[in-house]
Unconditional design. Structure first.
Length: 160
């Protein structure tokens, strides 16, 4: 499990690099009424990792509370919430054995999946929402870091 847990941690650090680009005064910004704000996206990632994926990985039902401001309000509180939920999730993930990862868990959608496959789905889910954060920041002309160290333009210049 340590390899998977380390990978999950690296995924979260990539997400946090983008999250830290959000200006504090924009935490409640959205492009359209009724759509996720930056804060909603962060709270959603934090809560779903801890209260759905980590609970399901322990063969428990989801306890996902949603993404509302009652979970954390204001820039610093939202980021603290994300870090706290991730730390709790990682303690759970690091406690899983190979047998635990091979066990079948029930997803909220009613599918039976191996725990390891469910945790890989969590990574895809995070990448999806990280992409939304990149897009929101782009809409506001806020620079973002390249995900793997090079921009597309730099890759093109270095290619044959």
């Amino acid at each position: 499990m340590n390899d998977l847990a380390d990978y999950i941690d690296r995924i979260r650090e990539r997400t946090m690099r983008v999250v830290r680009c959000i200006p504090p005064e924009r935490i409640d910004w959205t492009f359209r009424e009724g759509k996720f704000t930056f804060g909603d996206l962060i709270r959603h990632l934090a809560a779903i990792e801890r209260w759905m994926f980590a609970e399901n990985a322990q063969l428990r039902p989801s306890r996902y509370p949603g993404h509302g401001r009652e979970l954390a309000d204001g820039y610093d509180n939202v980021l603290d919430y994300m870090q706290r939920m991730h730390a709790e999730s990682m303690a759970i993930f690091r406690s899983l054995t190979d047998d635990d990862l091979a066990a079948q868990c029930m997803t909220p959608g009613g599918a039976n999946l191996r725990v390891a496959k469910w945790l890989r789905a969590m990574i895809e889910h995070e990448a999806h929402h990280r992409g939304q954060i990149y897009l929101y920041l782009s809409m506001l002309d806020i620079p973002t870091p390249p995900i793997y160290g090079l921009t597309e333009e730099e890759v093109k210049r270095r290619s044959a």
